[in-house]
Design a protein around this ligand. Structure first.
Ligand SMILES: C[S@@+](CC[C@H](N)C(=O)[O-])C[C@H]1O[C@@H](n2cnc3c(N)ncnc32)[C@H](O)[C@@H]1O
Length: 215
């Protein structure tokens, strides 16, 4: 999807985004963010922060930078009550203007299944985080259950065009995280790989904790 279309569709869907997530894909964000073991004074990149569903989970004293392409989504994020220090800015995750090694950690929820080039986006996260930084990822992905995989193979074309009920916001519900994480030769160590299986072929997910192993 061209960037202009991503911006337009998320601006359009920003106000209803959280109700849709609550109904179809509610995941508690505190346990997800707590895997980063953030300490006061540390910096963390939330990529792409969207309406800020992760934000209340960041502890006090941590400096959070949330980036997103959609100003409409960021406007919703500004309404959040949060304990951490927060900076929000419009930026493209595939081409960040932060210096190398800017962040102690990073988190990304339901985003790599949306960006045009997930490998490029993960490379950028690795570039702007420090060596040994922890990176928490929560997303949709292909199932590891052979029975569900059969259904997913049948719906593969449709899955690339799945959208919210508005019919506007699209994502790849069958992101191949085995390919992205294990076959991409990126400088990462997998600390945790937790798959969220579902009999619904559109609703399988994953939660990863990665360590940046660049030298
Ligand atoms: C499904 S939402 C996830 C939002 C939030 N992370 C969450 O967990 O709910 C995907 C977000 O990615 C943003 N996005 C898509 N492509 C992007 C890119 N290349 N750079 C930055 N943000 C992007 C969209 O604007 C949208 O806010």
């Amino acid at each position: 999807m061209p960037i202009e279309q991503v911006i337009a569709t998320y601006d359009h869907g920003a106000a209803e985004y959280e109700a849709i997530m609550q109904r179809y894909w509610h995941v508690e964000r505190e346990p997800f963010i707590s895997t980063l073991n953030l300490q006061p004074g540390q910096t963390v990149l939330d990529a792409a922060v969207g309406t800020g569903l992760n934000l209340p989970a960041y502890p006090a004293g941590v400096q959070v930078t949330g980036i997103d392409l959609s100003e409409g989504m960021l406007q919703e994020a500004r309404k959040k009550n949060i304990m951490a220090d927060l900076t929000l800015k419009v930026a493209n995750l595939e081409n960040l203007d932060f210096a190398d090694n800017s962040f102690d950690a990073a988190a990304s929820g339901f985003t790599l299944c949306v960006v045009a080039n997930p490998v490029r986006a993960l490379q950028e996260i690795l570039r702007v985080t420090k060596s040994n930084a922890l990176i928490a990822i929560l997303d949709y992905c292909k199932s590891q259950n052979p029975e569900v995989q059969k259904w997913q193979a049948l719906i593969e074309d449709a899955a690339l065009n799945i959208g919210f009920p508005t019919g506007k916001i699209k994502w790849n519900a069958l992101m191949d995280y085995d390919k992205l994480i294990y076959q991409s030769n990126l400088a990462i160590e997998v600390v945790q790989d937790h798959r969220i299986e579902s009999p619904n072929p559109f609703s399988c997910g994953c939660q990863f904790l990665l360590r940046n192993t660049k030298s």
